[in-house]
Design a binder for this molecule. Structure first.
Ligand code: ASP
Length: 355
């Protein structure tokens, strides 16, 4: 009897060992694309949390700092560029989107993490949300404190991002932004505080979930089309149409929109007051510019709620597009991509209600 039990025990142990080896083999393959930002920043002292230098540490050092990642994924790093994200450009986005698409086509890549400065993380996330042609997870991560600070948030954020990128639960959810143990969707996330670690929010529409001890837990999903389901393809583009943002305020004038038009912009996003309202000193000039062929998107500087078609302006008459709930900075991205496909206002408005 004893002998039988021991034999059974040994069999179970052997089986367990086999399963463990198998599990290690089966770790997901995650590529980290590093682009700079505070997560790769260094300060003069451990208490320097403002006035540090962003984009200093290379990707290999970022990976070395978080050995725990090796338990949740096979990780490889690549330095795509090394910049503070306020200097992000359309050209950087095209390069990044092409690299992400190339990597995700490979059967030995299961997910991607992009390390990024927090200032424009939401814009890069939305651009990729519209241009990545794969359902595999793409996670963008940053940190609010530099790598040299006490309680730096970069290492835990990076660990969580890699775990989320390697999780099957993250497949098909669009591009995600993970900081501070929270998962945000690319379309709705925005930076809401200039310095705190919980700065990323999806105002009113809400975050998608949490990361608990390295496990992403999702509670909701965006209903808007993204990644493999979009109609945009940047694989053959080496330039995006010129679109800029003008900001509404009291005492509004046309200096900025005149300059944009003179510089050859093909579209302007107007961050209007309230529900995207336009001062009587601005509306006539925007209407004229539309007649000259520039595409005008009416958005709002408020930060919450939709800009409503034919609400504060007769958009049918002026032939403008409204941004729906997209912020002006995300409306700029969608308008650029829309203009790579069409100049038709109705079509562009449809895209603003689709993405
Ligand atoms: N200015 C920095 C950047 O966006 C801020 C940060 O990463 O938190 O690169």
């Amino acid at each position: 009897m004893f002998a039988t039990l021991t034999k059974q025990g040994l069999c179970a142990a052997a089986l367990f060992a086999a399963v463990s080896v198998h599990a290690a083999d089966k770790l997901p393959n995650v590529v980290i694309l590093a682009t700079g930002g505070t997560i790769a920043g260094t300060g003069a002292t451990s208490t320097t949390t403002v006035g540090y230098t962003a984009a200093k540490i290379g990707v290999e050092k970022l990976i070395e700092a978080v050995p725990e990642m090796k338990k949740v994924a096979n990780v490889k790093g690549e330095q795509v560029f090394q910049i503070a994200s306020e200097s992000m450009t359309n050209d950087h986005w095209l390069k990044l989107a092409k690299r992400v698409n190339e990597l995700l086509k490979q059967s030995d890549v299961d997910g991607i993490v992009i390390t990024h400065g927090t200032d424009t993380i939401e814009e890069t996330a939305y651009f990729l949300n519209l241009t990545v042609k794969s359902k595999k997870p793409v996670i963008i991560v940053g940190s609010m404190r530099p790598s040299t600070a006490i309680s730096a948030d970069g290492p835990i954020n990076l660990y969580n991002a890699v775990a989320t990128a390697g999780s099957k639960d993250s497949v098909g959810r669009g591009v995600l932004v993970t900081l501070n143990d929270e998962i945000q969707g690319a379309r709705d996330v925005t930076k809401t505080n200039t310095m705190t670690a919980n700065t990323f929010r999806s105002p009113e529409l809400g975050s998608l979930g949490y990361i608990v001890s390295g496990k992403p837990i999702f509670y909701r999903a965006s209903t808007r089309k993204n990644t493999a389901d979009t109609e945009f393809d940047v694989s053959k583009l080496d330039k995006l149409p010129a679109v800029d943002i003008a900001y509404g305020s009291a005492n509004a004038n046309t200096i900025a929109i005149d300059a944009f038009a003179a510089a050859g912009d093909v579209g302007i996003v107007y961050a209007g007051t309230g529900d995207g309202s336009l001062a009587n000193t601005v509306r006539p000039r925007l209407t004229e510019l539309r007649k000259q062929g520039l595409q005008i998107v009416r958005s709002s500087r408020v930060g919450n709620g939709p800009t409503i078609r034919n609400g504060e302006n007769n958009d049918d008459e002026t032939d403008f597009v409204v941004s729906d709930t997209l912020s002006p900075q995300k409306a700029r991205i969608l308008l650029m991509l829309a203009l790579t496909k069409t100049k038709d206002t109705k079509e562009i408005q449809r895209m603003f209600y689709t993405y």
